[in-house]
Design a protein around this ligand. Structure first.
Ligand SMILES: [Fe+2]
Length: 307
């Protein structure tokens, strides 16, 4: 029987009638992989499963990898990454947006983008949900590319864009800084959160997806810094900045987005080589637990720039 897929708002699909802890026959497994490649963002509702089952299900899509932040990995399940609001640590993740204190807000990004080897995908499963806020946004950068006009597509041919890792949001050039104030305990250097110092990374502005062959607009807000050698492409520095701003404005359009309001048991699997994501964050003191599994990538999409 074919999978029942229901389109989500704008991008991605909901997979109906599949219990991920059940026995999935070969046909269903193949159809799920095909749906993931076709749509990039899959939602499965009400999946009340153990970590073992989530891990086993995620392995259908490729081998799993641990996240570089070891301390948040479950000891019992090394392939499971526990996202939980820890009251002792949340002050480091708190900032003010339009005068409101928010914990854990994240701009549009691709996971591990700053390494040049983003993971292939990931699954988030809600265990404890916030009563309000706490949405996760997903954006389809293949659709964003397809929607560009021909002139812009031509301008992007052969162009590379550089991303520069920073812990300080106010140093990111293309995030929306209106009404933003860092919190008093905002991390200032990568080691404050246990990260190494990542060198800058360059990506083609348009990446060909290694599995599906689709063209993906490799533009996200977080860490986006500059066009590499704009003069070689006939662009002045100002024109290069304007082009990046135009592309950021393009990917911010709601027609490429799906924002999910979590219910316990919801699982979203996304293709990190195609879809960006963001988090709206929550009020300080909000209890929230999400279990995450990460599907390893076997392709290098960006190149690390020498400092
Ligand atoms: Fe992320």
């Amino acid at each position: 029987m074919p999978l029942e897929l229901r389109p989500l708002a704008n991008v991605g699909v909901e997979v109906c009638g599949v219990a991920i802890d059940g026995e999935l026959d070969e046909h269903t497994r193949g159809a799920l992989i095909a749906a993931w490649n076709e749509h990039g963002i899959l939602l499965f509702r009400r999946q009340d499963v153990t970590p073992d089952k989530q891990i086993a299900f995620s392995k259908l899509f490729g081998p799993l990898e641990a996240h570089p932040l070891k301390e948040t990995t479950s000891q019992e399940y090394p392939e499971l990454f526990m996202l939980a609001n820890d009251p002792a640590k949340e002050k480091y993740m708190t900032a003010s947006y339009a005068g409101k204190e928010i914990v854990g807000r994240l701009d549009w990004h691709i996971d591990l983008h700053y390494t040049g080897r983003p993971n292939r995908g990931a699954a988030l499963r809600a265990v404890v949900c916030a009563d309000e806020d706490g949405l996760t946004g997903f954006g389809d950068l293949a659709k964003a590319y397809a929607a560009l006009d021909d002139r812009t597509k031509t301008r992007l041919e052969g162009l590379e864009v550089a991303y520069s890792f920073s812990m300080q949001r106010r140093h990111m050039r293309f995030v929306d800084l209106a009404s933003y104030e860092p919190g008093p305990y905002s991390p200032r250097k990568p080691s404050d959160l246990g990260f190494p110092n990542f060198a800058d990374v360059a990506y083609p502005a348009v990446v060909t997806h290694p599995v599906t062959g689709r063209k993906v607009l490799e533009i996200v807000e977080q860490f986006l810094d500059r066009v590499v050698a704009p003069h070689r492409h006939g662009l002045s520095n100002d024109e290069a900045i304007d082009l990046l701003q135009e592309l950021v404005d393009h990917i911010r359009q709601p027609q490429f987005h799906y924002f999910h309001r979590w219910e316990p048991g919801d699982l979203i699997l996304w293709d990190n080589w195609r879809a960006m994501h963001c988090a709206t964050g929550v009020k300080p003191g909000t209890a929230r637990v999400i279990h995450r599994t990460t599907i390893m990538g076997d392709a290098t999409l960006g190149r690390v720039l020498e400092p």
